[in-house]
Write a protein that binds this ligand. Structure first.
Ligand SMILES: N[C@@H](CCC(=O)N[C@@H](CS)C(=O)NCC(=O)O)C(=O)O
Length: 219
């Protein structure tokens, strides 16, 4: 049975799952939930994911939610020899470290930065969260001066997950656009992921930037 995917291109964690599925050419069946009609709160979906979030997959009767858990599962099951998530214990631990750091630290700073605007509380994003983001991306830049990819010499899941967040940071006016090592790393990813780069990495970020600007002028 083909893997079932509950997801939408408008959702950042879903785009991470789409990126891995498409890059690895894993067949899947798109399942659509109408969130406005609260289909994600229906008992059938709550049985798969009691937290009613997308992305969620069902693979051979096994259901899984949480984008980072899904992408590691996908490589382990469908492309176990791929360099995206190597079997070597130390390499894997390093990739996991970046996945956790990206979720718990970098993405959470981005959410804190944008939330006053998205909640309609202010025209301006949170300045303190902005400073934290600039420091984090500066540190990434110095790490990337020593290697081509964030966890070593090859493209891994860590780069893909980080790229989404770094691109959304660069779309804001945060003074991180001149960091040469980050920019070269993104160019490398653009070339490695060329068949999906525009659709999954670039266009949705532009749409997010537009929505953010509209909210900022409305509040
Ligand atoms: N940490 C989760 C976040 C998932 C998430 O919050 N998804 C949102 C869409 S971007 C959602 O499904 N929200 C609906 C809800 O919470 O009811 C992941 O990485 O998969």
């Amino acid at each position: 049975m083909v893997l079932e995917l509950y997801a939408s291109m408008g959702s950042p964690p879903c785009r991470l799952v789409y990126a891995v599925l498409k890059h690895l050419n894993i067949p899947y069946e798109q399942k659509t939930l109408n969130m406005r009609e609260k289909e994600h709160l229906q008992p059938q979906f709550l049985e798969l994911n009691p937290f009613h979030t997308i992305p969620t997959i069902v693979d051979d009767g096994f259901s899984l939610f949480e984008s980072r858990a899904i992408i590691t599962y996908l490589v382990e099951k469908y492309a176990p020899d791929n360099h995206l998530y190597p079997r070597d214990m130390h390499k894997r631990a390093s990739i996991n470290r970046w996945l956790y750091w990206e979720t718990a630290t970098l993405s959470s700073a981005v959410r804190n930065y944008m939330s006053p605007v998205f909640r309609g509380e202010s025209e301006k994003p949170d300045a303190k969260a902005g400073e934290a983001i600039v420091n984090h991306v500066g540190t990434l830049d110095s790490i990337l001066s020593k290697r081509n990819y964030i966890a070593g010499d090859n493209l891994t899941l860590a780069d893909i997950a980080l790229a989404f967040t770094v691109l959304s940071i660069k779309a804001h006016d945060l003074n991180v656009n001149q960091l040469a090592n980050v920019n070269n790393w993104l160019k490398r990813l653009e070339s490695d992921l060329s068949s999906i780069w525009t659709e999954i990495f670039v266009e949705p970020i532009e749409a997010m930037k537009k929505r953010f600007a509209e909210r900022a002028t409305k509040s």
